[in-house]
Design a protein around this ligand. Structure first.
Ligand code: FES
Length: 155
């Protein structure tokens, strides 16, 4: 992100007012695609907030990410209901299939993988979200089929 773009975002919010933190982080992420340490530091400086406070808020919310996403961004729900339906197994399987660890993006930038807190639809557990599409009551074979078809699309 260029200095001018960041300054343009910051100029929409009053300096030194911590209320602007969340909307600024959202605007920065919408523009950049993810947040970096450098951007968090600059936002903190503008709002006169310590970096640990900015970082604490950014990491509290699932919506913020800290690395470039893959073409397909996969989120596995790790809330209690989804855990009971085996989401940990799904996660292990995806890490193997995609050769990417949770919180990272594959070298070819096709897939990124992360875990999420409860997505708010426990009655539909287990849930997997790929590029904002929710797959509910997903089974392991279904998930394998979905991933296989995504891999084919990217080849
Ligand atoms: S635990 Fe997964 S949606 Fe609630």
């Amino acid at each position: 992100m260029t200095k001018e773009i960041l300054e343009n975002i910051l100029s929409k919010y009053p300096a030194n007012k911590k209320d602007g933190l969340l909307p600024i982080l959202q605007d920065v992420q919408n523009q950049q695609g993810y947040l970096t340490d450098e951007l968090l530091a600059q936002v903190g400086k503008y709002l006169n907030l310590p970096l640990n406070k900015v970082y604490g808020v950014a990491t509290f919310y699932d919506q913020f990410i800290f690395h470039p996403q893959g073409q397909y961004h996969i989120r596995i729900c790790r809330g209690t209901a989804c855990h009971l339906f085996g989401s940990a197994t799904y996660l292990d399987e995806l890490e193997k299939q995609l050769k990417v660890e949770v919180g990272n993006t594959s070298k070819d930038r096709k897939f990124s993988l992360e875990v999420s807190n409860c997505m708010g639809a426990c009655e539909s557990a287990p849930i997997v979200n790929i590029n904002d599409v929710f797959y509910t009551h997903v089974t392991e074979p279904e998930l394998s089929r979905i991933i296989h078809s995504l891999k084919e699309k990217t080849e």
